[in-house]
Design a protein around this ligand. Structure first.
Ligand code: PMP
Length: 434
């Protein structure tokens, strides 16, 4: 437990509050810690939950239920029995759901690359050719705070990143409407619809409908619906899934949305299965271009996953075991922040119902200082700004906390250090009149 008592400090004058915060920070920093809460990786205990994968297919049992020899080439859409298990979980008709390699981020990279090089079926020209003709790069909307790898991928492919704000229901529809109405170079928007990285927000059906129905200057405007945390609930009740493919069809724009998911945070993060789902036309488009570069995905791994889960209910039961390991870590961070930061309103933070992240909003201008102080005390945090396009948070206020990987006691200690850093940085800023 922290040595200081915020409530008694609160009564003290600012100079002695600052001195107490500094002393508390020095005490924690002297412990020689080496903790990392930067990335949302599953813990070893979570990975252990799926070790049955490593032995459920062997030299006698490599045939799928339909007789397919999973060791051979072929089956570009992925193993049907696995797609049948995940189709209801991802609200996708099985014929429009592809099971592919181990990374959904790779599928997102592929989809954007295909659009750049070949265009979508509804594109006037390939996006890259259009950019050459107009002399303006294609642009992508980035709800903030958001996922740094989305932003990094779009940037690496040559998109200009355009931040848009988001609220408790999803991206701000007025901003998105204003930006997309006139500018055909705005080609799409990133979206993490459930337990978003890092805010934990789940999109409301009404907001999803609005985004799907928008009149956009680009006829091929694309919603990148990254359902990475579709099943990753920390408590009940959880958000009702949005059947986005049905909503897009109802809105008269069935091809607008491309959806992605994976088992990275369900089974083994580096050796799972990624999924793509879209309208029949866009699924064909994706598969046609994928087919140029692959003779088929790793069906042995897909069979392992199908066997290991057995059914959709098997996946849900497995996710409850993850929640049992993760929820205490999120609760620990919330308890420490509430105790140290709550009484004086030194910061705001989320208490998400799922996903892998807590968003900590500190006083404007202090996030980088907090990350630096924590690093010097042996607690690695994601760099301040990582949640914004180009790594630039104009307010320097948002920090992403990822409590999943370290053991519970370490998460508690790391939260203690982060809270002490926030307290110190806030009081320093107040003292210097910033
Ligand atoms: N999307 C989001 C929103 C994520 O948070 C992550 C992992 N941190 C990924 C995608 C990566 O998914 P995959 O492992 O399937 O590439």
């Amino acid at each position: 437990p922290a040595a200081h008592s915020p409530s008694s400090d609160a009564a003290a004058d600012p100079a002695s509050q600052l001195a107490a915060a500094s002393a508390e920070y020095e005490r924690l920093a002297a412990a020689g810690l080496s903790l990392d809460i930067t990335r949302g990786k599953p813990s070893a205990a979570q990975l252990d939950l799926s070790d049955g994968l490593l032995s459920c297919v062997d030299g006698e049992s490599f045939r799928a239920a339909d007789g397919t020899d999973t060791r051979n080439y072929g089956g570009a859409a992925g193993l049907r029995e696995l797609r049948e298990i995940f189709a209801p979980l991802l609200q996708a008709p099985v014929d429009q759901l592809l099971a592919q390699g181990n990374s959904s981020l790779t599928l997102m990279k592929d989809a954007l690359t295909f659009a750049l090089l070949h265009g979508r079926p509804d594109s006037p020209a390939p996006w890259a050719a259009e950019a050459v003709r107009t002399g303006a790069p294609p642009r992508f909307l980035c709800p903030v705070p958001g996922y740094d790898r989305h932003f990094g991928l779009a940037e690496a492919l040559g998109f200009e990143l355009v931040p848009v704000s988001a609220d408790a229901e999803g991206p701000d529809p007025e901003q998105v409407a204003a930006l997309t109405a006139e500018d055909p170079s705005i080609k799409g928007i990133w979206l993490v619809p459930v337990h978003s990285n890092p805010t934990g927000v789940s999109i409301s059906p009404a907001r999803a409908r609005t985004l799907l129905a928008l009149e956009t200057a680009a006829p091929d405007f694309t919603v990148m619906w990254d359902n990475a945390y579709a099943l990753h609930h920390l408590r009940e009740p959880h958000p009702e899934p949005v059947d986005v493919l049905a909503l897009a069809a109802e809105a008269g724009r069935p091809d607008r949305v491309l959806t992605f998911a994976s088992t990275s945070k369900i089974t083994h993060a580096g050796a799972g299965v990624a999924f793509f789902a879209a309208s029949p036309a866009m699924t064909d488009w994706f598969l046609t271009h994928t087919g140029a570069g692959s003779i088929g995905p790793d069906k042995v791994n897909q069979l392992r996953h199908a066997r290991f889960f057995g059914s959709s209910e098997g996946v849900l039961a497995h996710m409850r075991r993850h929640a049992a390991l993760l929820a205490p870590k999120f609760a620990a961070v919330d308890a420490v922040f509430s105790r140290v930061l709550g009484p004086e309103d030194l910061a705001a933070w989320t208490n998400p119902g799922g996903g892998y992240f807590i968003t900590l909003a500190v006083s404007p201008g202090t996030a980088s200082r907090v990350v630096k102080l924590a690093g010097e005390a042996g607690v690695k945090l994601t760099p301040a700004g990582a949640t914004h396009p180009y790594g630039l948070d104009p307010d320097d206020a948002i920090i992403r906390v990822a409590p999943s990987m370290p053991p519970l006691e370490e998460v508690e200690t790391a939260a203690e250090v982060v809270a002490a850093c926030v307290r110190l940085a806030t009081l320093e800023a107040r003292a210097s009149g910033v």
